[in-house]
Design a protein. Structure first.
Length: 499
């Protein structure tokens, strides 16, 4: 992929058009030096930036709040805070100077407090949605005022709190269909951001050009940290936008998932022969021995999926220890992970592998619990239990699809909503959202949409959203009378259902 063209914001403008966060990210991208002057009403702040990183923030002296911050942190008491504010006003000097003059903190403590105050002020400006900004170029090199602040880490940490999920999603919306990867020269930067949070790591390791940003965020279940990470990488120029790649190579900046290929106790069964036969036929054409072996293993497991007992599903005997059960489960989790399949060019097996792994997860859920294992070994009960493993997998897929639907990426949502319904067809919400996504995708499939929405209605006949969605689909099919009746019924239950 080629680097995305760097588009710079105007030298001056309004914050409703160009937010402070974007100005700071672009300054980092362009290694800019100068002063960013921002104002909101009577409040003005000047952010000194050197080589793209903020080094100091100057505010109106009466509003810098430094003494109050020290009091809140327990570094000074209320009486000392009043002294500091009084001296700063009378001498028209910053409150930090008054703290030093009164000898309330030593130089080292004061330096740490000043850095904390600067970071807090920077974070607060991210909330400013109205006001004006202008860049003041540096006539000479800006005098060093201490260690620069890590602006990318600041944005990653603070945007979820200062903007909130909805604003982050809206800001990412224009690029949701775009694919991107990490520019090679910025992999170390991305790796550092990936270390801050698990969802940040998951998002960054999927940025290899094979998935759209909407899909990446969907796989992170719409986590605000993941959204903030994607936004930061995009506007700082770390993320390159380009055409979708067909092959998913491993990135130097992420941990490789070990692929273990071995025989299974379930091999040789003959159910689901059509799917398994296709998998074997395709495997014969593969030039990668690991890919061929994994494809054949998935086919063999699929053959006898419904006949496998819990121990067979994990490739173990009934004498297996708890530790062996855990190891078998985590080996399977790595082996059937979508990233592993993608790296071995087995993307066509994602749904099949998910079915196999769901069965393995079900086995693990029972055998890893001492009481459940004891009951299972004793012959169990004729009373069927809720398949918690299958339910958990369905819910995870549904949540990812729900995030993409909220972003308007209906086609991308189908990738997660289809498995959710397959795993747990009894859930009306899953059926309803799948039906709606089928209707709202770029090329609507009204027949399938109607089928799933009618199923959802039978499961939850009084749900206003289901009734409304079904009415919209029926209207699209020309059944106006029935459609109008359903929509009116939905509105009578929930007047704001179509907002």
């Amino acid at each position: 992929m080629a680097d995305s063209p760097a588009i710079a914001s105007p030298e001056e403008g309004t914050l409703d058009r160009v937010p402070v966060a974007q100005l700071l990210a672009e300054a980092w991208r362009d290694r800019r030096s100068g002063t960013l002057r921002i104002s909101r009403g009577k409040t003005q702040r000047c952010i000194d930036i050197q080589d793209g990183s903020p080094i100091a923030v100057e505010s109106d002296s009466d509003q810098d709040g430094f003494a109050l911050m020290l009091e809140s942190a327990g570094l000074i008491n209320t009486a000392d805070r009043i002294k500091v504010e009084s001296m700063a006003r009378s001498r028209e000097r910053p409150q930090a100077s008054a703290v030093l003059a009164l000898r309330l903190l030593d130089a080292k403590e004061l330096y740490k407090a000043l850095r904390q105050a600067t970071r807090l002020q920077l974070a607060e400006t991210l909330e400013w949605q109205t006001g004006e900004y202008c860049w003041v170029p540096a006539a000479d090199a800006i005098e060093s005022k201490g260690k620069p602040h890590d602006v990318l880490k600041l944005l990653q940490d603070q945007l979820p709190m200062r903007w909130g999920s909805e604003r982050l999603f809206q800001a990412l919306m224009p690029q949701m269909e775009s694919c991107g990867d990490i520019s090679p020269r910025f992999r170390r930067v991305a790796t550092k951001l990936a270390e801050t949070h698990e969802t940040a790591r998951l998002a960054i390791e999927r940025l290899d050009g094979t998935l759209s940003l909407g899909q990446v965020l969907g796989q992170a279940a719409g986590d605000p940290i993941a959204a903030a990470t994607l936004w930061t990488l995009l506007h700082a120029g770390v993320l390159r936008i380009g055409e979708r790649r067909e092959i998913r190579p491993a990135l130097d900046s992420v941990i490789e998932i070990e692929v273990e290929v071995s025989g299974s106790a379930g091999a040789g069964r003959t159910r689901n022969g059509s799917d398994a036969g296709a998998a074997r036929s395709s495997a014969e054409k593969s030039g990668n021995p690991k890919a061929e072996a994994l494809r054949l293993e998935i086919a063999d497991l699929l053959d006898g999926l419904s006949d496998l007992d819990h121990y067979d599903a994990l490739g173990l005997t009934s004498e297996a220890t708890t530790n062996e059960i855990k190891k078998a489960y985590f080996r399977a989790a790595k082996k059937f992970h979508p990233d592993t399949l993608a790296r071995l060019e087995l993307n066509d097996l994602r749904d099949t592998a998910a079915r196999v792994f769901a069965r393995i997860a079900e086995a693990f859920e029972t055998l890893s619990d001492a009481d459940k294992r004891k009951a299972y070994d004793a012959g169990g009960s004729d009373e069927p239990e809720i398949d918690t493993a299958r339910l958990a997998q369905a819910e995870t897929s549904y949540r990812k699809g729900e995030i993409l639907v909220r972003m308007g990426n209906f086609h991308g949502a189908l990738e997660y909503l289809e498995p959710a319904v397959e795993f747990w067809p009894e859930e009306a919400a899953y059926q309803s959202l799948l039906g709606w996504a089928l209707y709202k995708q770029p090329t609507p499939n009204t027949e399938r949409a109607r089928e799933h929405l009618e199923m959802a209605r039978s499961q939850a006949p009084g749900d206003a959203i289901i009734l409304f969605r079904l009415g919209v689909v029926l209207r699209a099919q020309g059944e106006t009378d029935q459609a109008s009746a359903l929509i009116e019924q939905a509105r009578s239950i929930e007047p704001s259902v179509d907002e």
